[in-house]
Design a protein. Sequence first.
Length: 418
Amino acid sequence: MDSDPARSIGRRRLLGWSGLTAAGAVAAGAPLMNAQPGHADPAPNGAGIPPDTRPGGAYDRYVAQLAAEDRFSGVVLLSHRGKAVLSRSYGMADREKAIPNHEGVAVNLASASQPFCPVAVLQLAQQGEVRLSDTVGAHLTGFAEDIAEQVTLHHLLTSTSGLDAPEPDPQRVFHSSQEVHEFYEGWTRQARLVAAPGTGSQNHTAGAGAGLAIAAQIVEAVTGTTYWDYVHENVFGRCGMSGSAFYTRPQWLTDEHIAHSYMRQADGSRVDAVRNLDKGSLDPQIPGRNPGRSFVGYAPGDGFATAPDLVRFAHALADGTVLDRPYADLLTGAKIPHAGAQDGRPAPAHPSFMAYNMPVHIVGGQWQAGRGGSTGGSTANWNIYPDTGWVGVVLSNYDDVPIQEILQQETQAVTGQS
């Protein structure tokens, strides 16, 4: 940390990182904890550990009850200043192979993997390779003239581009990374401008996804590598996220540390998404969606991560490992008011804003930043409480978990506010 307190405070800007950068933060690449799967290390001593966050506390009891009712399968983790206060794992990562969930299991993040794209863009911005005011046409060709000349990287990362795009066919099955890449190149060039860039939050889900895909293509144009390779090396690699990746369908089928996604069906059963590409989600927010059909995710979603890796990501943002501190502040700093629903969830109850592809909230006098997502058979969310050093992760390989209620319980446990 900076030895000059005034300079250090100034660098915190809108989202202070004082809690996460305190002593005890996990080092990138270092083991987060030594607990056995499904168990937590003893809670750290000292102040700042509310009773409801501890093993046996209200949050722990709530999730355990959901698991006992088969309403939750996956991993929950609460970390304070890099030390696990609560780590629980429930259900099966792969029923066919009888592999239980554990904290080293990677789960499909759906839209919760989207913030890795603005991290990549901001890395290039701090190197002087791009400017956030750059327009799409400064780096890419083939777009409509109004998009090329008016839409900037800043618009793309705040979902204020004004873009709309055709809804992708959820039934399409992809067979290679090249096919996925070619699809996104063609799909984004079908986007059209339906509102003035910068005038408000993006109301078109497909348009927001197309905007992120365009930002990823700018990363590719500037670096000369694929988005996947860039993120693997410069985000996951630098953060020490060794269990996280944009895994392909063959890897998902064979790698035993990747949790299979189980989709609820009309008869009440759950089916394995990646082994049943003919089946889809019944969730009305993602009708027919099956992430296994995608072959590999891209900037709009479907990356994979483990719970400890997401804690490492939070600390890498705090200590300058993945972004210089001013750019980490820029990533999470409030940009515009955000009062609408996200990922099919109701509007937030607390003062809320959009940062770069993530909502940020003021809860109980402290900031909360994070991202959630859901897809066929998976639900994910990670929250960073930078003022007090907490990180909360919820990774489920079910698509019908009561995620909003789980997050309310997490927030209540950490901040004392529901």
